[in-house]
Design a protein around this ligand. Structure first.
Ligand SMILES: *[C@@H]1O[C@H](CO)[C@@H](O)[C@H](O)[C@H]1NC(C)=O
Ligand SMILES: *[C@@H]1O[C@H](CO)[C@@H](O)[C@H](O)[C@H]1NC(C)=O
Length: 443
């Protein structure tokens, strides 16, 4: 009897290791673009094309799922397993440079408006160890679908995945004439894309987040596994369970062009993370530094060329080591979850009810329109206090901080009660409009 149990456990282990060895390394999802640049015509662009070029440099053959029309240049995906969702046109961005090339204005002139979701992804690609999502517009990608499982078998089949969301596109909207305009608070698409289980590694830049009140940042950080905000020449910031860490840039002799630096950072980070490298953030900064040493004229194809050869390819031994790590993490996760549940019960911390975040955003947007109340503060308090209702704001905050199982107290403590007022939000928006500061997409 006992030997039967041992034998089935061993068989399960062998099956697990075998399935880990045969799993695709990476799934990359997002729409490719045609970028019209005034001086030198037309070239492919978008987060996925930079990510694909960088992945190739790492020696990774990824599953790529993209939307493209007949006019798209798909050469940047050569060497990957490509699945194209056909469309009459390709997402087209018209770039015009102002401020002597430092400020970029963007306008969408063709938009397939197809929402990519997990159902567009072939079954075997859904099992990829690492998933990178790179939406460029609000409606282009159903990020939450990649976090959902169709039952227990699907959960076992797809197993633990590292999910990276390059969310720049979720923080801008299109004006009626196609101009790309920044959003001032986290979009419902972004919040939905983080799911319920704090599994997502979120990448944004300072351009998207500079107008966020501290509380919004706290909310997003609390809902993600980690958040990385890139800051151009100032490096980046990582928010995670350890706290807030500044990440220095890796200096280079000459910065030739910063296009794709953010996408390269995110791709390098996710690869380092899934390979278990000691310091993924530093590795990501190094990868980004290689990308800015390349001139714009050869991008996106050449974005990863200086990375190639510096990182040994990932062999079966590494995959097995990764599988062991995964197994250990699952074990530790179970222990930790049990401990956390116990702690939570002890401290009466409540879990957020499903849909609470999205509802709070919708309410905040409404009250902003009505011109009453403060942006977010009351709503955030209500969200934090969970379904319980009847909690004072102070107590809600106390709970959010006390719930150090989430480990995010420090993020909220900085500017206690500093929710930006509607007037403040309006002022920021007017300022932005006055400067005619359209979203700059460089980072
Ligand atoms: C794209 O489709 C969504 C619905 O899926 C719609 O709300 C949105 O307005 C569309 N955007 C454009 C630019 O057509
Ligand atoms: C948080 O980020 C820092 C900087 O990248 C890193 O050193 C630390 O290990 C991270 N902690 C967790 C729990 O991921």
């Amino acid at each position: 009897m006992r030997s039967l149990v041992v034998i089935s456990l061993l068989l399960a282990l062998v099956a697990y290791l075998f399935s880990e060895l045969t799993r695709p390394d990476l799934l990359l999802v997002g729409t490719i673009t045609v970028d019209l640049v005034d001086q030198d015509g037309q070239r492919p662009g978008g987060a996925v094309s930079y990510a694909a070029a960088v992945l190739k440099a790492y020696g990774i053959r990824a599953c790529v799922v993209t939307v493209a029309g007949p006019d798209a240049d798909l050469s940047v995906f050569r060497g990957h397993e490509l699945h194209v969702v056909p469309s009459p046109s390709t997402l087209t961005f018209e770039h015009s440079y102002a401020w002597f090339g430092h400020q970029r204005k963007l306008r969408v002139t063709a938009n397939p408006n197809i929402t990519l979701s997990r159902r567009h992804v072939p079954r075997h690609c859904q099992r990829a160890r690492t998933v990178i999502l790179g939406p460029l517009t609000l409606h282009e990608l159903d990020a939450a679908s990649f976090l959902e499982y169709d039952g227990l078998w699907d959960q076992l089949y797809r197993g633990r995945q590292a999910v990276g969301l390059m969310a720049q596109g979720f923080q801008r909207r299109l004006a009626a004439d196609g101009r790309v305009l920044p959003l001032q608070t986290p979009s419902p698409q972004l919040l939905a894309g983080l799911g319920h289980w704090r599994r997502v590694t979120l990448f944004l830049s300072d351009v998207e987040t500079e107008t966020w009140a501290e509380d919004w940042l706290g909310l997003v950080v609390g809902a993600a596994e980690r958040v990385l905000i890139t800051r151009g020449a100032q490096g980046a910031t990582e928010y995670n369970d350890t706290g807030v860490t500044a990440i220095d840039v890796v200096p280079v002799d000459k910065v030739k062009d910063t296009n794709g630096a953010g996408d390269t950072f995110a791709t390098g980070y996710m690869l380092a993370l899934s390979r278990g490298l000691a310091d993924p953030a530093h590795h990501a900064a190094w990868a980004a530094s290689r990308a800015v040493m390349q001139p714009q004229s050869c991008k996106p194809q050449c974005a990863g060329d200086l990375i190639a050869g510096h990182v040994p390819p990932w062999g079966p031994a590494d995959r097995l080591a990764g599988a062991w790590r995964g197994l250990a993490e699952v074990g530790l996760g179970l222990v930790e979850a049990a401990a956390r549940e116990g702690l939570a019960a002890l401290m009466h911390v409540r879990r957020l009810p499903a849909g609470a975040l999205a509802a709070a955003v919708a309410r905040a947007a409404e009250s902003e329109l009505d011109g009453e109340g403060t942006l977010g503060e009351g709503e955030l308090g209500r969200v934090r206090s969970g379904a319980g209702g009847g909690h004072g704001k102070g107590q809600a905050k106390g709970q959010a901080k006390g719930g150090s199982a989430g480990g995010k107290g420090h993020v909220l403590s900085g500017q206690e009660g500093a929710g930006a007022s509607v007037a403040e939000a309006r002022r920021l928006r007017e300022e932005a409009a006055a400067k005619d500061q359209w979203q700059s997409a460089g980072r």
